[in-house]
Design a protein around this ligand. Structure first.
Ligand code: SAH
Length: 461
């Protein structure tokens, strides 16, 4: 992070804008909106200032800038089209430790101005750290369309009730109360301009104990195969509302970075034959955390119901009467296949796809090999790396040609993604020689050939 984002209180503070043109006028208007006492310095002012001058909202100092002119201000903006003047303003302000912004010259700035989405008192500020103001503005435009116009009034309503809610609820309950009030029917009332009804409804819910319930809940959330862009909206929302997150080894760091900062994080990772927490303990941990009244997110790689033991975890929750929900995620097969340019089905090559666990128990894999070794079918092995010899041997023995194309995808969808291709015959040697390691997905079938044609989709690592 190159800049610290902060919101500055400049109400009634003396601020100086140097420059008399359009840009200076815009900066001036912004400072006025934030309640500053603005002085504009320029030998002459453009028409854009007429109204503010007439209304005495700004003071005009009709002179060229000199070093000592910066003294005494809380904030200075240089907006002239003269580089030397802009530089002089920056030097003068910096020497006095006054925050200074020089329009369009990040190198001279001690602070930069973000693009803003204004729903006062609610403000969204977007900055590219000076790297690309256009990009920041594009993002701002998208946010504009995303944030309902009534958000400001909603924030005002919340402010009006803040003390009452604070007196009524404990902190955890309070947050839950607000989260429900601010995204449910009450918010919709405000968005449609029915503020008074919203106010009444909020008053009523203060007396409604159902909203203030103290019981926790568990969400089993699929975190996808690694790329945080592949999270669902619901996953993200729950991650950002969680009190505690219990996560697996497969959940990537960039995904974890999206969890609410204050949430407690508990690692329950699993590695082959080295379980950080036995499954039994995880199940009971979830129950205990929920009983403490917490919003628990059980974050699992891929999809919780595909080789994720999600079924066992909710079994315990159901038996113990804990409210829960399951949020699907993109499973490794779907993510890795897309990112490696291998369609799992294809009219000409595969009419079906099977997901199989290649996990070995007692050195064997108890699978229906005959049904797996079918023509025109794609077979995807999860956890198949250790058993690669066995699975290639068995598939060949049950009728698949040794020349059947196969792919290994390590850490699919992440910047570390690695794709190796070969055949059923060559795969074991490739695994031995390449040092490929878990998590790796194995895709077997004619569709792997398509990668040669389609791999330009692969994101640059
Ligand atoms: N529930 C998960 C699967 C858990 S089993 C899902 O739906 O994806 C763990 C196995 O998934 C790993 O051994 C590996 O075979 C596969 N896997 C998970 N994430 C992967 C990734 N990013 N790249 C390659 N394989 C992955």
């Amino acid at each position: 992070m190159d800049f610290l984002p902060i919101f500055l209180d400049i109400r009634e503070q003396p601020c100086l804008v140097v420059g008399g043109g359009e840009v200076a006028a815009r900066k001036c208007a912004l400072l006025l909106r934030a309640g500053a006492r603005v002085t504009i310095q320029a030998p002459a002012l453009g028409r854009a200032f007429d109204a503010d001058l007439a209304a005495a909202r700004i003071a005009h100092r009709a002179s060229s800038f000199h070093d000592e002119d910066a003294a005494g201000y809380a904030l200075v903006i240089a907006a002239t089209n003269d580089d030397a003047v802009n530089r002089a303003v920056a030097v003068a302000a910096r020497a006095r430790h006054i925050p200074v912004n020089v329009v369009d010259q990040p190198a001279l700035c001690s602070f930069i101005m973000p693009s803003i989405v204004e729903r006062a008192p609610l403000i969204v500020a977007v900055s590219s750290g000076g790297a690309s103001p256009v990009l920041a503005r594009l993002l701002r435009a998208r946010l504009e369309s995303l944030v309902p116009a009534g958000y400001g009034r909603l924030a005002e309503l919340a402010a009006a009730f803040r003390d009452r809610v604070k007196a009524r609820f404990k902190p955890a309950e309070r947050r839950r109360f607000w989260e429900r009030a601010l995204q449910g029917p009450i918010a919709e009332l405000v968005f449609s301009g029915r503020d008074e009804e919203a106010r009444k409804a909020l008053q009523e819910t203060l007396g409604d104990t159902r909203l203030a319930f103290s019981g926790g809940e568990v969400s089993l959330v699929g975190a996808g195969p690694g790329d945080p862009d592949l999270l669902t909206f619901r996953a993200l929302r729950l991650m950002q509302q969680a009190d505690v997150v219990v996560y697996d080894r497969l959940v990537s760091q960039p995904v974890l970075n999206l969890v609410r900062l204050e949430a407690e994080r508990i690692y329950a990772g699993k590695e082959r034959a080295k379980h950080a927490l036995p499954q039994e303990d995880i199940n009971h941990l979830l129950v205990r955390l929920a009983r403490e009244g917490k919003r628990v997110v059980r974050l699992k790689g891929g999809d919780p119901f595909i080789f994720g033991r999600g079924g066992e975890e909710i079994d315990t929750l159901a038996a113990e009467g804990i409210p829960f929900q399951v949020v699907p995620g993109i499973t490794a097969a779907a993510g890795c296949a897309s990112y490696a340019g291998i369609p799992l089905t294809h009219r000409d090559y595969a009419q079906s796809v099977v997901f199989v666990t290649g996990h070995m128990q007692d050195g064997t894999m108890n699978l229906n090999w005959r049904s797996l070794a079918q023509p025109r079918q794609t077979v995807v092995f999860y956890m198949g790396l250790v058993g690669i010899e066995v699975l290639c041997r068995e598939l060949t023995a049950h009728g698949l040609p040794a020349a059947t194309p196969a792919a290994l995808i390590q850490q699919g969808t992440t910047p570390q993604q690695r794709v190796l291709t070969g055949t059923l015959e060559s795969l074991p040697a490739i695994v031995r020689e390449s040092g490929v390691k878990a998590p790796t997905l194995i895709i077997i079938g004619e569709v792997v050939r398509l990668r040669e044609r389609l791999k330009w989709f692969e994101p640059a690592a």
